[in-house]
Each structure stands twice: as C-alpha cells, then as structure tokens.
Design a protein around this ligand. Structure first.
Ligand code: FAD
Length: 462
C-alpha cells in the first residue's frame, strides 16, 4: 500500500492524516480554494523527498508540494478528489551554511523567509527578498512562485537571488545543482526552469542564495503626488539622481489610506491633509540623508510632489511600512474585493490604471478601485472593493467578468496577468487567452519532458 510505504519513509511524526492537523493545510490563505488529501507527509531530508516521489511515481499518485501555504492562487492545496498526497517541506528547515566572504548561503526549502533574513543579518549581510508574508512563507515557496516583494527595484525578484538549486525530479532522482557561481555558461540554466514553476516540474529541496552588503543609511520617505503619472516622473528623476540607492517605490491611493485608518487600530495619516496619491519609498547607501533630502527638495521645487515627509527614525519608518502592509487587511474589512496582481511597463502605469478604472466602472458603476503596489517594477495590485450597499456575494459573482476586463486592459499595454503571485488554479484557464500558442506549446513540452506522467501538482499552471 502506497500510504503505508510513505509513512514508513518519513517515520513516526513525519506524517498526518487526522482532520485537525490537516485542516490548515487544506485551504488557501484567502479561503478561495480548499481540497482533501489522504495523507500529508513532512520529510526531513532530500533523500526522504526522493523516496516519497519514487513511491508516488510507481503508484501513479499525484503530489502537491506545500511551503508556508501563503500563496494566493490555489497552487499549494490539493484538489477535492482525496487522492493527492500533500508534501509539506516544513521540516526541511536547516540553514546548511553561510559564506560571509562569498556573500552566499545554502538553505533548505522549508526555511521561513524571515529566519533566513535574520541569519544573513547575523553575519552583517542582507537578503533583499521581503514581503508581508515573510514570517510564514518558505524559501521553497518563494522560489516556486518567483516571489517579488518590496525590493525588486534594486535587487530583482526571487529568480535573481538564486545561484544554485537542489531539486527532486518527477522520477525521484535528485538533481544537485547547488553551485555558488556568479558566472556559468555551461549549457542551459536548469535552475531557472524550476523557479516560478509552482511545483509542477520538480520539488525544490534546497537553494544557494545570493547575499548583499547590508544597506547603510536607510531612509524612508512618504510623498504626496497629484497622479500616478507624477509618481512615474518622480521615480525616473530619483533613479537618475540616486542611481541604485533607490530600493523600494510603492504607489498608494488615498482610498487605501482611508481604509487603513478606518479599520486598522493605531493607524493614522502620515500627512494630515488628504492628497489623491502617495509614494512610499526607501533609499539606502550613498552619503546618507543628504542625498535623499536634496533630491526630494528639487522634486518639490519642480512641482512634482505636493508634500513630503522623511521618517526621522526606525520607528517612524516602520509605521509608514505598516500602513502599506495593512492595505489588504483593511480592504478585507471593507467588504468583498476582487484582486488582480498584474504588471505593465512602468511608463504605462498611469494610462493602465486610468483605462482599467474606466472600464470596470463602466461595467459596475460605483466600484471602488484600490490600485496600489510595487510600481517601481511596473507591478500594480489592481484591487476593487465592492460598491457601498452591495451584497458581497453579488459582487464576488462578478469575478470572472471583471477579471476579463482588467486583463484585457493589461494586455493592451503589453502587460502580464500575473506579476508576482503566480498562476496556480486561479489563472490557469485564463492564461491560455493571454499567452501565445507558441508559448503555451513550449510550456506543455517542458511539462511533458520533466513530468511525463503528470504527477507533480497536476491542475496547476498548465
Ligand atoms: C499577506 C500576504 C502578502 C503577500 N505579499 C506578497 C508580495 O509582496 N510579493 C509576492 O510575490 N507574493 C506575496 N504574497 C504571496 C505569497 O506569500 C508568495 O507567493 C510566497 O512566495 C509563497 O510562499 P509559500 O511558502 O507560502 O508557498 P505556498 O503557498 O506553500 O506554495 C506556493 C506554490 O509553490 C509550490 N511550492 C511550495 N514549496 C515548494 C517546493 N519546495 N518545491 C516546489 N514547489 C513548491 C506550491 O505547490 C504552490 O504551487 C503574499 C501573501 C500574503 C498572504
């Protein structure tokens, strides 16, 4: 029996099949997807993962890899057939090594992101991957979704932070690609195939990550601007003047600040007067606050900003970031919302937001658009709150119609229907309408080559 064999591989304490333990692993963070499993296995070594995959491959049983289960597209939960084995990486949480001089570290896939950040900090190094779920998400999940977060502008996405990977393939073989090379042109770059593949091509068991010098003189500022177009001008000017000191650049509409101040205890407006849009930015390096202050002053004189505050200390900086991170929570408390994690070229952000807002407002008058996000990377979370007075269920029933309108607008500006959250189950069908048949064909060819029997996370991505 397969299930007995899997229990034998992981030993006592390495599996669960009771409802209470399984429950948090069977539904997604937003409760949009849930499923069932006959068994969750939690291996503690790469060899155990390999044996599990071999046993499942022999039985033709599907495996769903799961990290911190903070993904937002239904990628990490099994379907409702009660046949798919859930493979939790949570026990593979060792930091294998940290090389201070090489600016690298080797970590197992189940390490929590915040733990890795802290381990880097201990040796005066910096892992730039940072997102609101960092206390629960795992590096294996971050790599499998090619997570973005707040520091992409300067350091790139998860994909850019990886030098090597260890992966268990669909037949159970272990690919040891744990290199720490900055340069390597010896054939195809295999690791990039598994990054962003959402567990459909292999199970990531470990990674070699790039570390960076710890940013010094970190400065956080909050600016009021008249429009997204002004924000894009500010971004271009600041990049010109500060070069790569600019680390994060977030656009926030006044409606988001209103929701946060209304629903999240101890929140208050950083700038008392309300302006239509704000930018939250972070810069580091250089000679300290003078560079940023000079740059902000000249922007203000040129009329590109309407008001500016610079955080005077760490506590003030954290309060500003708390506002930004509280937007999703506040929007949840405001009623139902339809969310679209999309990207467009940076210089099209203002036109995209205007076009998409016009189009959804024409479909449902009085919808409340909350378009915010990591606009330094062209990433907009185009979220829409239900009109006042609507029943939540009626609004949620509009999900597919509204998504189509938003994604059509995204496509018209040459954008992507998924910027950083992935495809999972949520966007699997609609992906076919927004990638060319050649691209879809290449994806299917890869899937067939690496997982010919379709046992790795079936029903997700392709
Ligand atoms: C409050 C909040 C804020 C967020 N903010 C951001 C943000 O700013 N930027 C961003 O990019 N995302 C964000 N996310 C989304 C989410 O945190 C990321 O997608 C994260 O990278 C997922 O990691 P995880 O460990 O929770 O993965 P899971 O949710 O467990 O899994 C995600 C996918 O990866 C697969 N997977 C997991 N581990 C492995 C593995 N070891 N090998 C192979 N496949 C695997 C799963 O099968 C699934 O398809 C946010 C989520 C929340 C709840």
């Amino acid at each position: 029996m397969l299930l007995d064999r899997l229990k034998e591989i992981v030993g006592p304490g390495g599996w669960a099949d009771d409802e209470e333990t399984l429950q948090p692993h069977l539904s997604e963070w937003r409760d949009s997807y849930s499923g069932r499993t006959p068994l969750m296995v939690s291996p503690s070594s790469t060899t155990q993962v390999s044996e599990i995959v071999k046993a499942c491959a022999a039985a033709g049983t599907a495996i769903v890899p799961q990290g911190g289960n903070t993904g937002l597209c239904g990628g990490a939960v099994p379907d409702s057939s009660n046949t798919q084995v859930l493979l939790s990486l949570a026990k593979m949480n060792r930091i294998r090594s940290v090389s201070r001089n090489d600016f690298t570290m080797e970590v197992e896939a189940g390490c929590i992101l915040a733990t890795i950040q802290a381990a880097a900090e201990e040796v005066d190094r910096f892992l730039p991957l940072s997102l609101a779920a960092e206390g629960s998400c795992q590096i294996g999940g971050n790599l499998s979704t090619n997570a973005g977060g707040i520091n992409v502008l300067r350091y790139g996405t998860a994909r850019d932070l990886v030098l090597g990977l260890e992966v268990v393939l669909a037949d159970g073989d272990i690919w040891d690609g744990m290199r720490s090379l900055r340069k390597d042109t010896s054939g195809y770059d295999m690791k990039q195939l598994f990054i962003g593949a959402e567990g459909t091509l292999g199970v990531i068991t470990a990674a070699t990550l790039r570390l960076f010098p710890k940013p010094r003189n970190r400065q956080t500022a909050f600016l009021a601007v008249g429009s997204p177009s002004d924000a894009i001008d500010v971004l271009a000017r600041m990049r010109e003047e500060l070069s790569d000191q600019l680390q994060a650049f977030e656009l926030i509409p006044d409606r988001a600040i209103r929701f946060v101040c209304q629903h999240i205890p101890n929140s208050r407006r950083p700038i008392e007067k309300a302006y239509p849009w704000y930018v939250l930015l972070e810069a580091s390096g250089g000679s300290g606050s003078d560079d940023l202050q000079d740059s902000l002053m000249s922007l203000h004189e040129d009329g590109l900003t309407q008001d500016v505050i610079i955080a005077k200390n760490e506590a003030e900086a954290m309060a500003l970031w708390r506002l930004r991170h509280a937007i999703s929570e506040a929007q949840k408390l405001e009623g139902a919302s339809l969310k679209h994690d999309v990207s467009v070229p940076v210089n099209a952000i203002d036109r995209f937001i205007a076009a998409a807002e016009d189009a959804v407002s024409a479909a449902i008058p009085d919808v409340r658009v909350v378009a915010f996000g990591h606009v330094g990377d062209g990433n907009v979370h185009f979220n829409i709150s239900q009109p006042v007075g609507w029943r939540s269920a009626d609004f949620v029933a509009e999900r597919d119609r509204i998504a189509r309108i938003v994604y059509d607008a995204v496509a018209s500006f040459g954008g992507s229907i998924s910027a950083e959250h992935g495809i999972g189950q949520l966007k699997k069908d609609i992906l076919c309408d927004y990638r060319s048949s050649i691209e879809l064909g290449l994806m299917r060819t890869l899937k067939k080559a690496l997982d010919p029997n379709g046992i790795l996370n079936p029903g997700k991505v392709v």
